[in-house]
Structure formats: C-alpha cells, structure tokens
Ligand binder design. Structure first.
Ligand code: COD
Ligand code: ZN
Length: 367
C-alpha cells in the first residue's frame, strides 16, 4: 500500500514528504494507521547530524494510532485497537527485559543501528529502493509496520494526540525521576533544559514530592512552562553562571538530584557541579559518539556523588504507561498543558523549525 511519509535522505536536509510503499506486516508485526506523531528533539538531532542513524529513513519515534492489520501470530492487539508505539524494541527474554530494563535489550540497539525490523529487512520502499525504519516505529508515516512487541494497546477514549506524548516525552522524563533517580519526598531537584522532555522531569519531581524544583533554561518562555509544571525556582542560564545561581538558591548546599535534559557535555558537567554530598546527576540527553564528560574524582569519593544516565525513562513501558494514563485521568499528570501546538502532517518542517526556535512545550503533527 501507499503511505505519505516524511523521509530524511541525509543529515542537513529537510524532511521530504513522499508516497512510499509499505509492505504488509509479516508474522509478529502490526500495521498501524498513525493519528499523531510527536515532535521530539531526538529526531532533530538526526536531521542536523548531531546524532547518526541509517538513512534514508522515515523518522519519528513518538506517536499514537489505530491498528489497521496484524501479521500472522499476533495476539496482543487486533484491527481497530488504539496503540502507542514503543520506540525501543525489546526481545522480552534477555536479562535486561526480564530484569526490568527493556530499553537496554540488544534487539533495540540492533534495530536502531540497522534501521531494519527484527528479521533484518525493511517494510518501506520508494521507487523500489529501501527506506529505513527509525527505532522500529517510524511514526512520521501515515502507515507504519511495527513489531508487535513495540505496540501497546491503550483505552479507546484517550485522545490520540495526547496519548502520543506518553510514548516518549512523558515516560522518558517522568521515568527518569521515578525509576532511575527514585526522587524522595522533600528533596531538592535541578532540571537543566526544560523542553518537551525536561518539563516531564519537572512534573515527575513534583509528583514525587520534591520540595524544591529548580528549572534552568536559556529561554524565559520555557521557564514559564516549567513553573506551570511545578518548578519552584527558575534560572535563565543566558544571564550568568547557572551553577553559582543554584548554589545560591540552596544556601551553598547543592541539590539532591540534578537532571541534564539537553545533550551537551557542558550542561552535564553543570548538573554534576550543582550536586550536594551524596547527590545524583542523571543524564537524559545524548551527545555525539565521541563526546566525553569529566568530573573531579575527589567529589566522587569524598562526597559520594553519583553520575548516571537514563534511557527511555529506565522504564517498563507496559507497566508505566498505564500508570501514567491513570495519573492523567486523575488530573495529576499534565498532558493537555504539554501539547501546546498541533500541525497538519504536511507542515512537519515548520513544526521542527518552531521547536528549534523554542516556541513550544511539545507539539504533534496529525494525519
Ligand atoms: N542551558 C540551558 N538550557 C538549554 C541549553 C543550555 N546551554 N541549551 C538548550 N537548552 C534548552 C532549550 O532552550 C530547550 O528548552 C531545552 O534545552 C531542550 O528542549 P527541546 O524541547 O528542544 O528537546 P526535547 O525535550 O524534545 O529533547 C531533549 C533530549 C535530551 C531528549 C534530546 O535533546 C536528546 O538528547 N535526545 C537523544 C537521547 C534520546 O534518544 N532519548 C530518548 C528519545 S527522546
Ligand atoms: Zn523523544
């Protein structure tokens, strides 16, 4: 079948809309008619070349849609079910999958590295030439073939544009707080970078009962959003040293937890430098392969500080996403406020330009 899709041919170019050919789902795969695709900075990193991926590819890793067709042997969903694609493929069997960290599964890495599904082939072609998948989900296509293990059924009454945000921004941010840092009630939390994912670290910290939540960004608009999501203090890093500002705000002590949600070694180091004794810095952003971050050994040992990272909210999506849906229904999780703009799919390049200009909290493209 034909499907309109946003294809990235090479880094530095814009996304191009094409009618690609989509093959039928094979055994253990599902054809999803996408309703909404989330506009996340991780795709932008691939477009700019900051991060690499096999190209040409159909990008998009956040989304929600409706099952159109299932391949042989699929039992967990059927045509008509509403689903969220889970952008880290997992095998369900290995030590990481059974140990509660499916995002560390080697199958996910392989699909990300090759741009192909689990059998080593792609379901997308254009003019007979192979087009790659992105993280096995490629949500910037009106129709996408996705492994059954990478779709999660959600209730029919959840608006699909809001549901889309759960699949990356929300679970990555809230999950880093709940599953990786395990933020304690009454603690102090710093969030550097309060975009679509960082705002979810802020709201996760508020849900976890943090007493002080300090948001750092370069844009006042983002800091306004951060206050709306639960930040108690804000620092605009364009007007001075954010580390000194955070030390001031904590009476010199530093914070219990610091999250870096941008992907720059400089801000990763800032997060670490803001820690109190026994504090933990969690890196959520990713830098190019060769990037390194260094920290003073003395503080690691004599202050027992921790520096770690979190991928996909260190989450078990099949457990955590239903919990997040419950929190949204209980009016404790802000999804409506997060979705600040919606674009027709044809305007996807404008949606990314607005993200680059820092205009939105999170936006989606709709099909
Ligand atoms: N100091 C403070 N704030 C800054 C600075 C700085 N030096 N530079 C940029 N910022 C702010 C921007 O103003 C913006 O508000 C925010 O940082 C970034 O937000 P967004 O909305 O542009 O980006 P997100 O939230 O969509 O994505 C953030 C990630 C960290 C997830 C992304 O950049 C990343 O590193 N992705 C790769 C890792 C990955 O794949 N993660 C899982 C899928 S998302
Ligand atoms: Zn993302």
């Amino acid at each position: 079948m034909k499907s309109t899709a946003a294809v990235l041919f090479e880094a530095g170019r814009k996304l191009e809309l094409h009618d690609v050919d989509v093959a039928a789902p094979k055994a253990g795969e599902v054809l999803v008619r996408m309703a909404a695709g989330g506009v996340c900075h991780s795709d932008l990193h691939v477009m700019t070349g900051h991060l690499t991926a096999p190209l040409p590819a159909i990008l998009g890793h956040e989304g929600a849609g409706v099952v159109a067709e299932v391949g042989a042997g699929v039992t967990s969903v059927r045509a008509g079910d509403h689903v969220i694609p889970l952008w880290r493929v997992s095998c369900g069997e290995c030590e990481h999958c059974t140990g509660g960290r499916p995002a560390l599964c080697a199958a996910g890495l392989e699909v990300r590295r090759t741009g192909r599904l689990l059998d080593g082939t792609s379901r997308f072609t254009l003019g007979g030439k192979e087009i790659k998948h992105f993280n096995g989900v490629s949500t910037f296509s009106a129709y996408s073939v996705i492994p059954e293990r990478s779709v999660l059924k959600i209730p029919d009454d959840l608006p699909l544009d809001r549901a889309a945000l759960l699949g990356c921004a929300v679970i990555t941010g809230v999950g880093a707080v709940f599953n990786c840092a395990k933020v304690r009630p009454g603690s102090s939390v710093l969030v550097i970078g309060t975009g679509g994912v960082g705002l979810n670290v802020v709201q996760g910290a508020a849900l976890a009962g943090a007493e002080r939540i300090i948001a750092v960004d370069l844009l006042d608009r983002k800091l306004d959003f951060a206050r709306q999501f639960g930040a108690t203090h804000t620092v605009n890093a364009s007007s001075g040293d954010p580390v000194a500002a955070v030390r001031d705000l904590t009476g010199g002590r530093g914070v219990d937890y610091a999250f870096e949600v941008i992907g720059l070694p400089k801000t990763m180091r800032q997060a670490y430098d803001c820690l109190a004794k026994r504090g933990m810095a969690v890196v959520v952003g990713v830098s190019p392969f060769t990037a390194e971050v260094s920290v003073p050994v003395m503080s690691l040992v004599f202050e027992e500080r921790v520096l770690t990272g979190s991928i996909y909210g260190s989450a078990r999506p099949r457990h955590d996403i239903p919990m997040l849906i419950d929190l949204y229904r209980a009016k404790k999780l802000k999804l409506d406020e997060l979705l600040t703009r919606s674009y027709p799919f044809e305007e996807i390049n404008e949606a990314y330009a607005a993200l680059e200009r820092g205009e939105v909290a999170r936006s989606v493209v709709t099909f």
